[in-house]
Write a new protein. Structure first.
Length: 84
């Protein structure tokens, strides 16, 4: 079985993903599990420490406001979605 888990940011998002990944590995030891996250969150420490592969993408929360920064972040997120 091949599984992708998307979890980023805080341990409140990442630790449940790791718990699910561990359960999958226990039930099906031959499973291949990969996490998708960002370069900014705790996933960069927690996921590899738990023994799972982490691939990173650029992603930001989508903003409704109009500013150069929000436009740039929204475009980066769309690029990350395409890359996923």
């Amino acid at each position: 079985m091949r599984v992708i888990i998307a979890a980023a940011g805080t341990a409140g998002h990442i630790n449940p993903g790791i718990a699910i990944a561990n359960k999958i590995k226990k039930e099906n030891p031959n499973s291949e599990i990969m996490f998708i996250g960002t370069t900014r969150g705790l996933e960069n420490d927690l996921v590899p420490r738990a023994g799972f592969l982490l691939k990173t993408i650029q992603a930001y929360g989508l903003s409704k406001s109009i500013s150069l920064k929000s436009i740039k972040n929204n475009l980066s997120t769309l690029k990350g979605i395409r890359r996923s």
